[in-house]
Write a protein that binds this ligand. Sequence first.
Ligand code: NAG
Ligand code: NAG
Ligand code: NAG
Ligand code: NAG
Length: 321
Amino acid sequence: MHHLSLLSLAVLAGVSTASPSGCGKDIPSKFPSPGESKTLKLPGSDREYQLFIPANYDQTKPTALYFSFHGASRDMHEEESLSQFSNPLFNPNGIAIYPNSKNGYWLSNPSANTSRPNDLDFTNDLLIHMEEKLCIDTSRVYAAGKSNGGGFTGVIACNATVGSRFAAFAAVSGAWYNTDDIPGVGPCAPAKREEGYPFLEFHGTIDTTAPIDGNTKEHPKLPVIDILEGWAERNGCGAGAKWAKNETVFQQPLVKHATWNCAGKTDIVQHYREGENGHCWPSTVGNDDYERLASQCPLGKYVFNATEYIFDFFGQYQLNK
Ligand SMILES: *[C@@H]1O[C@H](CO)[C@@H](O)[C@H](O)[C@H]1NC(C)=O
Ligand SMILES: *[C@@H]1O[C@H](CO)[C@@H](O)[C@H](O)[C@H]1NC(C)=O
Ligand SMILES: *[C@@H]1O[C@H](CO)[C@@H](O)[C@H](O)[C@H]1NC(C)=O
Ligand SMILES: *[C@@H]1O[C@H](CO)[C@@H](O)[C@H](O)[C@H]1NC(C)=O
């Protein structure tokens, strides 16, 4: 049968040819083999990313996709080692993707390159590309990041076009700037949706890079509580709504887990407050952060794996499609 007649049949049968889907297609030869990672370039652009495909990838089975954005002046390779999203211990079944920034900074940091195509365009285009080439479950696409990469997950969530395609968001030691005046970002304006915007933030109490209570430098960082309350409000809690609970999950060092219930959604906004931890991605075995930032992360490792908590959190949410 000719392509044209196949296409007409599809149209007659009411099958949408507009919605791209990589389901049923072989993994492109340039992509990594299942169980491996590889550095790739987004076609038609100069932007790079690191892609991981799980060992059990099945081209007929819609698969979750986890984005992991690196911190300021770091890169996709460091992020893969830090967040461990390619580690089957945490992520046995999902695809992981580590986009690379243009110049070390993501849109939200004042040093980011704001010219179009910007980081939001890139994220959107990269997601479209993944959905065309791999069998992505479009209801289970998630964004996480470290520091500036965490702040950028907030920028994604705030953008009606791009944020709507992500089911949930997580930031580790988020660097939170006022992004209202950044070209291509603007005030936070997510699209209204029934599922809400599940949002999880981790922060060390002795973080001197992105202090938990903010700072008053030339480009001030905002207090984390403002960010949490902002997402609580956007999820249907009132302005300045107080957390519903704030439980001690570890005594030594003291770790508090605070959650907000908004518009009937229990624990839709969550926060881990990490005593005796600085600007370091919590890991029980340590990582690059604990070596580079040893002076503000004196324990050298931590009492939980943030990555485990992130996957547990993401696992509770998907988009209604
Ligand atoms: C900023 O990004 C644009 C578009 O991606 C690129 O063409 C330009 O070279 C970048 N500018 C700098 C100073 O790196
Ligand atoms: C949201 O992101 C899209 C894709 O990058 C972009 O075209 C649009 O301008 C952004 N919206 C706002 C309000 O900044
Ligand atoms: C939770 O409790 C701690 C005190 O143990 C407090 O410092 C913090 O502000 C509370 N709320 C949040 C959201 O962390
Ligand atoms: C934390 O993750 C590491 C791998 O990075 C693993 O070896 C360790 O067992 C995990 N710890 C816990 C408590 O699950």
